[in-house]
Design a protein around this ligand. Structure first.
Ligand SMILES: Cc1ncc(COP(=O)(O)O)c(C=O)c1O
Length: 467
């Protein structure tokens, strides 16, 4: 092994664990050559598909006592990828100087090339690897802040975002846009959602108010899959509307994008798009990409918020060195592609099966609890909102937090819960929704445990006021 270069070692190490996937004809372990492949998601031969027991072993580090039906929050990483990550860490520690000068940048570039092909972007330099969606949002919003401060945007010009935008991203908007004099317009969305048209209509109205009094909408910030409550947003339609309405730039926050929904940069057409790889693409914490369309003039003035030696050399290069730190999570991206291709249909197959299963489990729960799903199946991906029985008396954000802790501590079920305040004139609506996720390691019994736990609480006459 000592004479092999890192990816060869990584591949050899992977081969050692999964001999079926890496046969070598000449005794030398081959590095998978993703760049030369005509297609990236070629499924393996059916006889080579990962088996249920192999899946179990890949996730055997999960706490076996917990029904972990919350992949959406922190994702998961199989043990074979964690082992490869460790190999990269040791490779660095063995001879850091050589690794830094000879290996790091080319290897990050390989990961970027893999991502570029996965997301159907035009150029590798449209893809930067960053830590997470939060960092990606800071990069885009920092640029907006500079435009206000340097007088390219007028005070009062607007940024439009969804009311359900993720908390950290909303805080970034406050820090970068509001403080710089920008007006922030939130698109109020209905929940439960009945159709994508409802969202499209409300988005159009918000753009109208953004443009009132001659103001310009400088940026639209659109989630691909909202976090809480979780709904798939019709991003393609919304991006198209932004173009028709003269919005300067569109940024899609798809923290739950890759591995969860279709992620095709040419089809979606946004200026910026970020997705975590550690949520639904099995990356170790933490890796995300930020796509910046090359034809977008603003792309040249994007910078990583942590300024380092590469400042001014383009965002992708800036992001590949933000000071001394552990870059290993970024280096295993090509190996993750190999991992997902052990499943029938690769990442697309995983995505479809997760969706079908989460809908099936959601339907099983609403049938048992006499409630409803938060959106039609075509508006959810690998997560779905499931109404809790009204008699639990969920009536505040603090209730849902306490109920979540109860489910964790008493029933060993891990799932986030959403409080939906009653609308005007509504009598006894469903006010609590659990967000369930489905990932390859999940089993129906995880969801049955949740079902039984809630039914037990109902039988006992439990109400959140008792917490
Ligand atoms: C829509 C959305 N945006 C941003 C984030 C933040 O992701 P991260 O914590 O990986 O930066 C999340 C996390 O769940 C999210 O759901």
């Amino acid at each position: 092994m000592a004479s092999l270069s890192p990816p060869e070692e990584a591949a050899a190490s992977y081969h050692h664990r999964h001999p079926k996937r890496y046969s070598s004809s000449n005794g030398v372990e081959l590095v998978p050559d993703f760049v030369k492949r005509p297609k990236i998601s070629l499924p393996p031969q059916s006889s080579n598909f990962i088996s249920p027991s192999e899946i179990e072993s890949e996730f055997s580090h999960h706490d076996p006592d917990v029904a972990r039906i919350n992949n959406g929050s922190f994702g998961c990483c199989p043990s074979s990828i964690l082992a490869l990550q460790r190999d990269w860490q040791l490779r660095f520690l063995r001879q850091p100087d050589r690794f830094y000068f000879d290996e790091l940048k080319p290897k990050i570039s390989e990961s970027r090339a893999v991502i570029r092909r996965l997301i159907n972007a035009e150029h590798d330099d449209e893809v930067s690897i960053v830590d997470n969606a939060t960092t990606a949002a800071a990069i885009v919003l920092q640029q907006t802040a500079w435009a206000f401060r340097e007088g390219r945007f007028e005070k009062g010009d607007a940024v439009v975002m969804l009311h359900y935008a993720y908390g950290s991203v909303k805080k970034s908007v406050e820090a970068y846009v509001t403080r710089s004099g920008g007006q922030v317009i939130e698109v109020q969305l209905p929940f439960p959602v009945i159709s994508a048209d409802e969202i499209v209509g409300r988005f159009r109205n918000a753009l109208e108010s953004g443009k009132a009094n001659g103001r310009r909408v400088r940026l639209a910030l659109i989630d691909h899959v909202t976090s809480m409550p979780s709904v798939v947003i019709p991003v393609k339609e919304l991006v198209k509307i932004c173009r028709e309405e003269g919005v300067d730039q569109v940024f899609v926050d798809a923290a739950h994008g890759i591995g969860c929904v279709d992620v095709d940069m040419k089809e979606i057409g946004a200026d910026f798009y970020t997705s975590n790889l550690h949520k639904w693409f099995f990356a170790p914490p933490s890796v995300a990409f930020l796509y910046c369309r090359k034809s977008n003039n603003g792309a040249r003035d994007l910078h990583h918020p942590v300024v380092s030696n590469e400042y001014g050399n383009g965002l992708a290069v800036e992001s590949s060195w933000v000071g001394t730190r552990d870059y290993s999570a970024q280096l295993v991206v090509p190996s993750i592609l190999e991992f997902v291709n052990r499943f029938e249909g690769g990442i697309d197959g995983i995505k479809k099966r997760n969706h079908d299963s989460v809908v099936e489990m959601g339907r099983m729960l609403v049938k048992s609890w006499g409630t409803q799903l938060g959106c039609p199946p075509e508006m959810c991906a690998s997560m779905v909102m499931v109404g809790l029985p009204v008699c639990l008396g969920v009536s505040s954000d603090s209730d849902v937090l306490k109920l979540r802790i109860l489910l964790r501590e008493k029933f060993s079920v891990e799932t986030p819960i959403y409080f939906r305040p009653p609308g005007e004139g509504e009598v006894d609506p469903i006010s609590g929704y659990v967000r369930i996720s489905f990932q390859v390691y999940n089993k129906p019994e995880d969801y049955h445990r949740l079902k039984d736990a809630v039914n037990e609480l109902v039988r006992e006459g439990f109400r959140c006021t008792s917490l």
